[in-house]
Design a protein around this ligand. Structure first.
Ligand SMILES: *Cc1c(COP(=O)(O)O)cnc(C)c1O
Length: 453
């Protein structure tokens, strides 16, 4: 006899579905407060006990105590870090993936999930300008995507350069590369040739200068560029870097975790045209492609190279590898084995709304960034630090100290007007807006700016 754990419970099901229905309805989503509540955690202990607690009691505790201590990344007033704005269809289908326990590990078990995920990966590859041989898989986030791509690049570098045996390999990276790139290099024990940039944007001239000044340029086997820095939305000179890397046989990896959404922009996609030269790139649909967490796409120009790195050989796994042509095992392309079919939520959403709706949403984010910049220019006490790039705006409140920015940011959240954390730019503390929620309005931006007078 199965116990209650595996028995359908009408009441609990209604409770959860009603909660989800309510959460999907609230508009605008309130910011909530993050970890500021003094009584956070009070009462948690009693809930987890030997005999179980009533679902209504546990859910009520979550709703009242825990959820309010989580800042809602999907609030249109969340303009810090990189916000999130998952589409309604993607959120709903994520529930289907959960309720159906959908995994997407191997073709043998999950061809139906994988073929749909691959339809999305093909679309992303096509937007990037890669041909139909490109492929990869969805991973949990950009960090795991970068790690997996760079592991493949390192192995490939080793194979291509037997003469470097016994020496340390390196990748050239811009000083603006995301922290996850340094972390990945640390994990795979590869060094960085850090290329200084004049205007935070890696150019070919800067790469060539760094290589020319380096005593061991032959140990550099790849270049990591960024398609939209997280702090400022700046896109490296992908076109020239890409052409150079192809000519020199250097692995070209582009981190588009945030900026990859701009592949769908009707006005800015050309800035990513150099993606057609990549050996690998990543984009996080859980950022600017409106998918729920955790969803990052990892793509390779020639996925066979990644397969050489990641195919796991174990007696019990032999059966998932066959010679069939359409067979595609996501597990062969990244640092994972069992995986949630996390690409299905964006697949469903793309099918339901169509690609044009995504283009409009991405365009809206860039437009509101530009309008916010214009509003900032109109304020006596504010000034732009630089022109907005993609959907990110850097600006300063003239005369403010670090403490004033941080006190202002805390108060803004306290008053539920906005979540805007200060950032650093060239050593200075400044304010930063990152837009991507289609329901962030000019009125909300004006309300935030008014608090800086
Ligand atoms: C967010 C981000 C990452 C890390 O992605 P996660 O999904 O948070 O792991 C890497 N690179 C850039 C440019 C990013 O914006």
């Amino acid at each position: 006899m199965p116990g209650p754990m595996f028995t359908y419970d009408q009441e609990m099901t209604d409770l959860i579905f009603d909660f989800c229905r309510w959460r999907l309805t609230i508009n605008p989503v309130p910011l909530d407060f993050g970890g500021v509540a003094e009584d956070l955690g009070v009462g948690l202990e009693g809930l987890l006990n030997d005999d179980g607690s009533s679902p209504a009691v546990v859910l009520d505790y979550y709703d009242k105590k825990l959820a309010t201590a989580i800042v809602s990344v999907d609030s249109p007033r969340f303009l810090s870090f990189i916000p999130a704005a998952p589409t309604k269809a993607s959120l709903l289908f994520d529930m289907v993936v959960s309720a159906s326990s959908l995994q997407g590990t191997s073709w043998l078990e999950a061809a139906g999930a994988i073929i749909a995920e691959n339809q999305v990966l093909s679309l992303l590859a096509k937007q990037a300008g890669l041909d139909s041989h490109a492929g990869g898989c969805f991973v949990s986030g950009g960090s795991l995507g970068n790690l997996s791509a760079l592991t493949t690049a390192r192995d490939h570098g080793r194979r291509q350069h037997p003469e470097l045996q016994g020496r340390r390999l390196r990748f050239a990276v811009s000083e603006e590369a995301h922290s996850s790139v340094a972390k990945a290099l640390h994990v795979i024990d590869v060094d960085a040739l850090v290329v200084p940039t004049i205007d935070h944007r890696l150019t070919l001239a800067e790469l060539e200068a760094a290589l020319a000044a380096d005593p061991e340029p032959e140990t550099v086997v790849g270049v990591v560029a960024t398609g939209g820095t997280t702090n400022a939305g700046i896109i490296d000179d992908l076109e020239d870097l890409g052409i150079y890397c192809r000519a020199k046989g250097l692995w070209f990896h582009v981190d588009c975790a945030y900026g990859g959404g701009a592949m769908f922009s009707s006005t800015h996609s050309h800035l990513l045209s150099g993606l057609r030269y990549v050996d690998s790139f990543i984009v996080d649909p859980h950022k600017w492609l409106y998918a729920p967490f955790d969803c990052a796409a990892l793509l390779y120009r020639d996925p066979r190279i990644a397969k050489a790195t990641f195919t796991q050989n174990a007696a019990y796994l032999d059966i998932i590898h066959s010679d069939s042509k359409e067979e595609w095992n996501p597990t062969d392309y990244a640092m994972h084995l069992t995986r949630r079919a996390r690409g299905l939520a964006i697949w469903f959403s793309l099918c339901v709304y169509g690609i044009k709706a995504y283009i409009d949403a991405v365009d809206d984010s860039i437009n509101i960034a530009n309008r916010a910049a214009a509003m900032i220019e109109d304020c006596e006490h504010l000034e732009l630090v630089r022109d907005p790039s993609l959907s990110i705006v850097l600006f300063r409140r003239k005369g403010w100290s670090d403490q004033q920015y941080s006190a202002w940011s805390t108060q803004l959240l306290q008053d539920q007007i906005g979540f805007v954390t200060p950032t650093k730019w060239e050593g200075e503390t400044i304010a930063r807006f990152a837009f991507l929620h289609p329901e962030t309005t000019e009125a909300m931006v004006a309300e935030i700016l008014a608090t800086m007078a």
